[in-house]
Write a protein that binds this ligand. Structure first.
Ligand code: MN3
Length: 296
């Protein structure tokens, strides 16, 4: 089962400048084949479907725990997209066509299907698909797939990084490049324990270090690249048998941290009455909510 905390895994800069086409590009990192929906659902189903759990506890714990972190990653990428879409529309009457500029937005679903918010799809508007989940039950093949998935995700993040300098997108990218590096290394180390193969010789793919990017260096300097957070009050402790030893880059020792990162607040997104979010004239429903809260 899951607990939920109403915070993001990392603080994002305040919602300010909109950039709907950057939001469309960032969608790839949410609902593309190598996006956070894919990492989330691959590790989630691999953990659901795991056989021999008690005998293989370190591997089960590693996959199940990283799955929980990925749930926070879809939340973080969605928050980034929502921030990039906030403030795009003029607040004028429907006859004035407040959404007329959005007819030229890269992804019109952001303005027709959602209320200027994220979609479970990729940068070209295609839907995320359950076919992106690989859960073979063969532990070595699943781990090798996960290593490949993390490196494919990293390549796409680097390309989106090259598409936008928006500070909200760059902050999210810096954080997720570092966390994706942790996950790739975790799966590599798990494979090393099982097969003896020297995965470290394959890292990083592509061959450009995260520390080259100032937004990622910020997190590396704080040790985010050597910490595996344990997203549970009491469980998933056996993953520490895999996540141990010196960090690559000589930046101290790998460490399992009990509990989630401190993170940051989730922005309270403003309403968009011109798009009927939460409604065109929302005063009545605000009043209903206000009365409900009086009883608390
Ligand atoms: Mn991730």
């Amino acid at each position: 089962m899951y607990l939920r905390i109403d915070r993001l895994q990392v603080d994002l800069p305040p919602v300010k400048e909109p950039d709907p086409n950057a939001a469309a590009a960032v969608q790839e990192l949410l609902g593309g084949r190598f996006g956070e929906m894919s990492t989330l659902m691959n590790y989630t189903y691999q953990s659901f479907n795991f056989r021999g759990r008690d005998k293989l506890r370190p591997y089960y714990d590693l996959i199940a725990n990283i799955a929980a972190e990925e749930l926070g990653h879809i939340e973080l990428v969605a928050a980034t997209i929502n921030s990039l879409l906030t403030g795009t529309v003029e607040n004028v009457s429907p006859e004035e066509a407040p959404l007329k500029a959005q007819v030229n937005a890269r992804n019109s679903h952001h303005f027709i299907v959602t209320g200027q918010a994220s979609l479970v799809g990729n940068s070209m508007g295609g839907h995320w698909n359950g076919d992106y989940v690989f859960s073979s039950g063969n532990l070595i093949l699943d781990l090798l797939h996960n290593f490949f998935l993390e490196n494919g995700a990293r390549l796409h993040k680097l390309r989106v990084y090259e598409m936008t300098k928006h500070p909200v997108a760059r902050r999210m990218l810096g954080y997720l490049l570092v966390r994706g590096g942790v996950h790739a290394l975790a799966y590599a180390k798990a494979l090393e324990t099982l097969t003896g193969v020297e995965m470290a010789k394959m890292l990083p793919i592509p061959n450009i270090d995260n520390s080259k990017f100032p937004e990622a260096r910020d997190f590396i300097d704080k040790g985010f690249d050597r910490k595996l957070y344990r997203f549970s009050p009491d469980d998933y402790k056996a993953m520490a048998a895999i996540w141990r030893g010196p960090a690559p880059g000589g930046n101290g020792e790998l460490e399992v941290v009990d509990g989630p990162p401190e993170g940051g607040p989730l922005a309270d997104l403003p309403e968009a009455p011109e798009a009927f979010v939460p409604d065109y004239e929302p005063e009545e429903i605000y009043e209903i909510a206000r009365k409900l809260m009086q009883n608390m």
